[in-house]
Design a protein around this ligand. Sequence first.
Ligand SMILES: [Zn+2]
Length: 62
Amino acid sequence: MAEAVTTRRFTPEAGCPRCTTLDMARRHAKDTHDHSAETDARVLIRHHMRTEHGRELEVGWT
Ligand SMILES: [Zn+2]
């Protein structure tokens, strides 16, 4: 069984509309200081990267 790739930096996968959408939501929440929306987006991004792209985002990822 291959080890999950872990990364500290979130980069949207090229050609993945879900990555782009989630990243935009996170950036927008950050820009508007909407902390609960930012947290939600981070949870969704982390889950999406794990399940769709096999990448584990480390705690404190940016
Ligand atoms: Zn994606």
